[in-house]
Design a protein around this ligand. Structure first.
Ligand code: HXC
Length: 258
């Protein structure tokens, strides 16, 4: 029996996989699931044998949102005191690259969870949306911020104000997802991407993530300066010598840093 009640965890080829597993609730994100996902992800992040994370759901749902039934009776003092949803930020702040494999519904918190990943591979029938407005609330796991940064004001306002769902094709067109693939290949394509990332020089992959992520927080000048400094720092690692020697010697690199 799994030691977790809401997720299934496995590791293979330097990829740590977390599958959301509350099928009866379409993987609604309750507090227990949040704690399990984030604590496993933080452990993976610190593990030298892990080079990337893969987060996935089921065929029908990546996640249909935060758990509405759990939230329904909450009140303001309780929400504020527990800083409801803050723990998800620990997932967003991981240094290890994260790939999300999305089939089915990615709604509300489900869409927000997908957006915490660095690469999103979606099945062609995947459905994305921020329908919180229909519940009398607004996105609470970063949707208003990450969605706007991904797709711009016009599309973010449309989705957040009307609550309408969009399909995978539109999601790719507007820049919400990285790639769309046939539904039955979503997990395998996402796994391939995760394995490709996990096989790179780990500090290079982490710094690449850090540099791209910084673009959401900094001015262009600060961001390009950070990028340059990270780039310079990679010349202190054996992997830079190895990568460039392998290129000139026409062979595959053997990365030293994990
Ligand atoms: C709790 C949920 C749930 C959710 C589905 N279920 N979504 N339970 N929280 N977010 C449960 C249903 O109650 C039902 O349980 C079972 O999963 C199957 O769902 P159905 O509705 O019967 O399935 P279907 O008819 O196929 O419709 C699928 C669906 C619909 C379109 C995805 O379930 C839906 O609209 N879900 C809510 C989507 C949503 O509003 N998400 C945003 C949540 S708020 P039973 O026991 O009846 O079988 C959020 C951010 C919060 O994420 C931030 C603000 C604080």
């Amino acid at each position: 029996m799994s030691e977790y009640s809401t997720i299934v965890v496995s590791t293979d080829n330097r990829v740590g996989t977390i599958q959301l597993n509350r099928p009866k609730a379409l993987n609604a994100l309750n507090q227990e699931l949040m704690e399990e996902v984030v604590s496993v992800a933080v452990e993976f992040d610190a593990d030298p044998n892990i080079g990337s994370l893969l987060i996935t759901g089921s065929e029908k749902a990546f996640a249909a949102g935060a758990d509405i039934k759990e939230m329904a009776d909450q009140d303001y003092p309780g929400m504020y005191a527990s800083d409801w949803f803050r723990r998800w930020e620990d997932l967003a702040n991981l240094r290890t690259p994260v790939v999300a494999a999305v089939n089915g519904y990615a709604l509300g918190g489900g869409c927000e969870l997908a957006m915490m990943a660095d690469v999103i591979i979606a099945g062609e029938s995947a459905t994305f949306g921020q329908p919180e407005i229909n519940l009398g609330v607004i996105p609470g796991m970063g949707g208003s911020q990450r969605l706007t940064r991904s797709v711009g004001k016009a599309k973010a306002m449309d989705m957040v104000l009307t609550g309408r769902f969009i399909g995978a094709e539109e999601a790719e067109r507007i820049g919400l997802v990285s790639r769309v693939v046939p539904d039955d290949q979503t997990l395998s394509e996402a796994r391939k991407a995760a394995e490709l990332i996990a096989a790179k020089s780990k500090p290079a992959a982490q710094m690449a993530k850090e540099a791209v992520s910084a673009s959401f927080e900094t001015t262009l000048q600060q961001g390009t300066r950070l990028e340059r400094r990270l780039f310079h720092s990679l010349f202190s690692l054996a992997d830079q010598k190895e990568g460039m020697s392998a290129f000139t010697e026409k062979r595959d690199p053997e990365w030293k840093h994990r």
